[in-house]
Design a protein around this ligand. Structure first.
Ligand code: G3P
Length: 305
């Protein structure tokens, strides 16, 4: 699995690049805002965002795609913005990918649901690579691929938030949640209820209000977690040998990264703090301390020239 860094913070990008583990960069307007706020905090007087993004593209270099997102909602405007971003930044290192939301409908603007797809189709025909963002269902991922997107980004963490909230569970954004356990609990509840239902016929059980409620417990339209979403998209793409690559996005903790890797995601885009978390284990620290204490002079001499 490739690893992208999910940030617009140049320092974080440079640090992670120096570790040799980064295959690409993804940004979005919220991440750009966070980077700009950071620069303001550092009292940078005039923030030249164009030069800043140029530095990101150059730092990433030829082999590592950098996703930059459009800001409009209508297809024609998104296409124009995408072409502008591509013209401005792609010549530097040839690594620009344009992020288009799958569905740009907004109640405020009354724009059609299909503006994103129209823009993806147009840009893909022009051979401008697209990363389809804000994917929350396998169906959306299928449509993004049909429209020709190079990448599809399911937002695993946000789907987890949605399900946890529906369950009424209090959580912090970075908390790991055992969605498999939740499904086991649900299944167990259903089995016990059915076992105690005696000779009731299948149709009446199927329509029973308790069963209806419990079978969807902890699910969003059949999806039981962000990782499950990624897994389903990977399976659909494999079924039809679709070339679109799955970028597991909205990663919140190391264990979630492990699970999307097991699910077969081509790429995970990971925030800097999650990358830092991924390297940690107390027994590794303890092991290093013991090894250091156990170095005998005879062995140390080996390293003296
Ligand atoms: O890559 C998408 C990501 O930036 C969104 O993350 O944690 O805000 O859901 P998050």
């Amino acid at each position: 699995m490739k690893i992208f860094i999910d940030t617009a913070n140049l320092d974080e990008i440079r640090k992670a690049l120096s570790w040799g583990i980064v295959d690409g960069v993804t940004t979005n307007p919220s991440l750009i805002k966070r980077a700009v706020d950071q620069l303001k905090k550092l009292k940078v007087r005039k923030i030249d965002i164009e030069s800043y993004i140029k530095e990101i593209c150059l730092a990433a270099g030829k082999e590592r795609p950098v996703s930059l997102e459009v800001i409009s909602l209508r297809a024609q405007e998104m296409i124009e913005e995408a072409e502008l971003l591509y013209r401005k930044f792609n010549p530097l290192a040839g690594n620009v990918v344009i992020k288009i939301p799958i569905n740009t409908y907004t109640r405020m603007g009354g724009v059609s649901h299909y503006e994103g797809l129209k823009a993806i189709t147009h840009l893909s025909r022009e051979e401008i690579p697209v990363n389809t963002t804000l994917i929350m269902s396998p169906e959306q991922a299928l449509l993004a691929a049909k429209a020709g997107a190079r990448y599809a980004s399911p937002f695993a963490g946000r789907v987890d938030d949605y399900i946890r909230k529906k369950l009424g569970i209090q959580f912090r954004k970075q908390d790991y949640f055992d969605f498999d356990l939740m499904q086991k609990i649900t299944k167990d509840k259903l089995t016990r209820f059915m076992d105690s239902s005696g000779e009731r016929d299948a149709a009446s059980l199927y329509l029973d209000e308790n069963i209806k409620e419990w079978k969807d417990l902890g699910k969003d339209n059949g999806i039981s977690s962000g990782v499950h979403l990624v897994e389903e998209i990977v399976n659909i793409y494999q079924n039809y040998r679709i070339k679109t690559e799955v970028i597991a996005a909205s990663m919140r903790n190391g264990r979630q990264v492990r699970e999307v890797a097991l699910a077969g995601a081509h790429i995970a885009t990971i925030p800097f703090n999650v990358m830092e978390e991924m390297i940690q284990h107390p027994k590794t620290v303890e092991g290093i301390e013991t090894f250091s204490q156990d170095v005998v002079p005879e062995y140390r001499d080996l390293f003296e020239e």
